[in-house]
Design a protein around this ligand. Structure first.
Ligand code: GDP
Ligand code: MG
Length: 218
């Protein structure tokens, strides 16, 4: 199924997620296949694991069990770059921090070779927003500048919110990156946040690709 992109940001892509059967099919001729490590970043209990659980299995379990070690899950995205007609198959390898680790407890090996990040804060705790700079600084010190998306999670708890969209937008603007307001509980915008990151990753790939003479000056 093809869903038209309704999100803000890059409109040059049509993208969708493959189900398990579609993942097994051979890539189309000339389809570019990429595999990228993505890190979930943010303070304990902001909802990193819940967002992944919602995205990968489409369920939300309040009793989600804490995992041991970094847990890696996979989801495959298909994208068409509309202006060129180029098709991509993007394998997102989603790395999640085990348990309730603060930034001090995250090793640099967690970040190593990551090519994208989802920075998650919790709208009911302002400190989780304030810590985003530190999470990003630590991440970029290992990976260099790679595409990131800011996520303000738990929007279903709006009555307890300690900050709003304005603050998240200001933070995202500082890093020239998109932001998404999500609820892992209701599922609102969860998929959109992963789509946004996928589009950015492919855009970066296209920007860094050596240009053919015919493409120059476009
Ligand atoms: P992590 O430490 O960042 O991986 O956070 P978890 O995913 O373990 O979530 C921490 C707690 O917040 C759990 O009790 C979740 O059920 C709860 N939680 C996560 N996302 C949401 C959300 O969007 N809304 C609400 N109400 N609770 C959430
Ligand atoms: Mg977790």
């Amino acid at each position: 199924m093809v869903e038209k992109d309704k999100g803000a940001g890059i409109d040059d892509f049509i993208e969708w997620f493959l189900d398990e059967n579609e993942e097994m099919t051979k890539p189309k001729p000339k389809e570019i296949v990429l595999m990228k490590k993505i890190c979930m970043l943010g303070d304990p209990a902001v909802g990193k694991t819940s967002l992944i659980a919602r995205f990968v299995y489409s369920i939300f379990d309040d009793k989600y069990l804490e995992t041991i070690g970094a847990k890696v899950t996979k989801r495959v995205m298909a994208l068409t770059h509309v202006p060129t007609g180029q098709n991509f198959r993007l394998k997102l390898m989603l790395w999640d921090i085990a348990g309730r680790k603060t930034l001090e407890h995250v090793r640099s090996s967690y970040h190593r070779e990551a090519e994208g990040g989802l920075l998650v804060c919790d709208v009911t705790r302002r400190s989780t927003l304030e810590n985003m700079d530190k999470w990003l600084g630590s991440f970029f010190s290992v990976t260099g500048e790679v595409p990131v998306v800011f996520i303000a999670n738990k929007t279903d708890l709006h009555q307890d919110a300690q900050f709003g969209e304005k603050e998240v937008a200001a933070l995202a603007r500082k890093y020239n990156s998109p932001y998404v307001l999500t609820s892992a509980k209701t599922g609102e915008n969860v998929e959109e946040s992963f789509r946004e990151l996928g589009r950015r990753i492919i855009q970066r790939y296209l920007d860094n690709r050596p240009q053919k003479p015919a493409e120059q000056g476009q």
